[in-house]
Design a protein around this ligand. Sequence first.
Ligand SMILES: O=C(O)CCC(=O)C(=O)O
Ligand SMILES: [Fe+2]
Length: 200
Amino acid sequence: MDLFSCPQSDQNLLPFDGEVIYHGILLDANESERFFNVLMEKIDWYNDRSVIYGKEIITKRKVAWYGSKDFSYTYSGFTRVATPWIEELLALKQLVELYTDSMYNSCLLNLYHSGEEGMAWHSDGEKDLVDNGSIACLSLGAQRRFDFKHKQSGDKKGFELANGSLIEMKGETQKHWLHRIAPTKKVTAPRISLTFRQMK
Ligand SMILES: O=C(O)CCC(=O)C(=O)O
Ligand SMILES: [Fe+2]
């Protein structure tokens, strides 16, 4: 691995109360497209469910939950049991671990068919996850904006997530900040995100 493909970018993008590190572009356009196509085909995608004000919502966005063992992950009112890794996910996990210098035992994948699909403000502070652990998010396909909003002050920060790039959230980020993928009419192409996580 040369210095150009592994940029020294350990600068914190958040002003306070957490750490968000942009690790740059790990996969070139060809590699990203290859992984995107393989994952579209091989992953067991399903529409996500959540309960909002007592009402069950089925998202247009699809998700999938993979892990090193049959981890149960409860969020938005439902429990999902992890599917065993497939070869391509393990390869990407290894690459991400190299850049972040952290280890992951699970991955929540998201498939946004177009800019009309997003993810509402939330934080990933579920009790199933290691406290103040790392969540590493690899992006494939259309570029989308990742927004952060401080829970107390309301301070906002937004970052563009390029095709093949990796962003990492760690430290107290989930405790103090919400994040979202805002819907947008400007993007028509699909995007996959792989969010590598540390389950207890
Ligand atoms: O799609 C993304 O980049 C972020 C997804 C996210 O926040 C999550 O899966 O919890
Ligand atoms: Fe999240």
